[in-house]
Design a protein around this ligand. Structure first.
Ligand code: PLP
Length: 487
């Protein structure tokens, strides 16, 4: 567990008072340290006796003590301390709503360091989790000169990712969008064809269809999973329909069995858009491995990242071969610089793949941490009236790419937009849920798709990076409760 508390040893002298000093002295120290607390020490031994907070002083003055009264007369609750040898994880667990400063003591109970949890720290919705390995592998690319798409990391990343998904082939690409485009092109989709997509998705699901010359057909979501509704898909099938792109939105799998059944009955291809669902499971199988092809994104806000990047996975050798050729200018793999089809340069670089390999070495840990953080969130937000927690079907493993909730304006007392604005003031970033694609200015189909319109207007994604911990989730939940109460 990564922690965001800071050690501020240098503040110890600024905020220390002896038990012989007065309330006036304590107030001066509290003022100087700007932490809202002073450290009370035994005047003879220097042993730590406890924290005095500005609240303790205020209550003492209200009770009738004056500024010259000795500080030792102030009533104080028991102070939470930790050993200076405690791990960051142990210290992190001690912070709470009212505990922001923890004195770290040596064996002789002297304060040797201070742990400070700064509630003003900005919490972004997403943030990559990069470490030493990423730096090492990328440096190696730079130092050896293997910076373009030739290089060992590209193949290694493709193999690792395909294995992770349980598929035979992995074809890396420059983005999730280009992976989608390649998938549709490999399936032969083009002008005159229709492809069924959810309206509740990121724009590129639809754009990739348009890139091929085909037409995206927008379908509403299922309120249980927020994903494309199989019932609505069946109503949208026409003689022109060639494929369905179910999207596993925010990391929760779409209900694939009825979708695959429709695809089977109408002879349609299925491309899973798993851009947001690395490691999510549908009935025990990895998302991306259930349709004819699956695609992933490694943009910087995704569960694992290569900066920009994408991957196409499939068990079908013919489709994999086609995608590789299209990705590389349509070049004949047996005959260099001979081009028999119109291709693209959609390749991933060795530098991107180096990041990807480092991220793959701990993808299970990253996914696990996202799920653990979702449990913390569910515990902290579950009882608040007006909040609907993210979907979790019993047949699915949601990986909570973005931990997203719905706000019922009536029972919560304000709209999702208003809550977002108030959290922003508290340095907590949120993100509205996707504006349905059928309502986007470039598509604007004038359809009325009630479920996805409702999701979009009432949903909010909260900070979801694996870099946040239980204390920060506690802080976010506390602010949400407070905002609701004060409203
Ligand atoms: C559902 C969905 N599909 C496709 C993409 C496209 O991926 P990229 O941004 O890597 O092109 C994204 C994300 O960004 C996405 O969220």
């Amino acid at each position: 567990m990564k922690s965001r508390f800071t050690r501020i040893k240098e503040k110890i002298v600024d905020i220390s008072v002896s038990d012989k000093q007065s309330i006036r002295d304590v107030l001066r120290k509290i003022d100087k340290g700007a932490l809202g607390v002073a450290l009370l020490m035994d005047s003879k031994t220097g042993i730590f006796k406890g924290l005095v907070t500005d609240g303790d002083v205020r209550r003492a003055l209200i009770k009738g003590m004056d500024l010259d009264s000795p500080v030792s007369d102030i009533e104080r609750p028991k102070t939470i301390t930790a050993s200076v040898t405690a791990s960051s994880e142990e210290i992190s667990r001690l912070f709470g709503e009212a505990v922001r400063v923890i004195p770290l003591l040596d064996g002789g109970r002297r304060v040797t360091d201070l742990a400070f949890f700064d509630t003003r720290v900005y919490l972004p919705v997403s943030e990559p989790n990069l470490g030493e390995k990423e730096l090492k592998y990328v440096s190696e690319c730079v130092l050896t000169g293997w910076v373009s798409s030739a290089g060992k990391y590209v193949t290694q990343f493709e193999q690792m990712f395909a294995e992770f998904c349980g598929t035979r082939y992995g074809i890396s690409s420059s983005s999730g969008t280009t992976a989608l485009h390649l998938a549709l092109l490999s399936l032969g989709i083009g002008p005159g064809d229709e492809v069924i997509v959810p309206s509740f998705t990121f724009i590129s699901t639809a754009n990739a269809v348009v890139f091929t010359g085909a037409t995206p057909v927008f379908v509403d979501s299922d309120i249980q999973t927020w994903n494309i509704s199989a019932h609505e898909i069946e109503k949208a099938v026409t003689v022109r329909t060639k494929a369905i792109i179910p999207v596993h939105i925010y990391g929760h799998p779409a209900d694939m069995a009825p979708i695959l059944d429709i695809a089977d009955r109408y002879n349609l291809a299925v491309v899973e858009d798993a851009a947001e669902a690395h490691g999510a499971l549908y009935k025990g199988k990895k998302t991306g491995s259930l349709g004819d092809m699956g695609i992933f994104s490694f943009y910087g806000n995704k569960t694992i990242t290569t900066g920009e990047g994408g991957m196409l996975v499939t068990d079908n050798k013919e489709l994999a071969d086609k995608a590789r050729i299209l990705r590389d200018h349509g070049m004949d793999p047996e005959n260099r610089y001979h081009h028999s089809v119109l291709g693209y340069n959609y390749r991933m670089t060795n530098i991107q793949a180096a990041l990807g390999v480092a991220q793959m070495e701990r993808i299970d840990q990253i996914v696990q941490q996202k799920c653990t953080n979702a449990v913390f969130y569910n515990d902290a937000l579950g009882e608040i009236p007006g909040i609907t927690l993210p979907p979790q079907a019993e047949w699915a493993k949601n990986i909570y790419w973005l931990y997203s909730i719905l706000i019922d304006e009536k029972s919560f007392g304000m709209s999702a937009g208003r809550l977002a604005a108030m959290l922003k003031i508290k340095s907590i970033e949120t993100r509205p849920l996707f504006l349905p694609v059928h309502q986007q200015p470039i598509y604007d189909t004038k359809q009325h798709l009630p479920v996805c319109e409702y999701l979009s207007s009432s949903g909010l994604s909260l900070p979801s990076s694996v870099n946040i911990d239980i204390n920060e989730i506690g802080r976010i939940a506390w602010e949400i409760k407070n905002i609701r109460k004060k409203n």
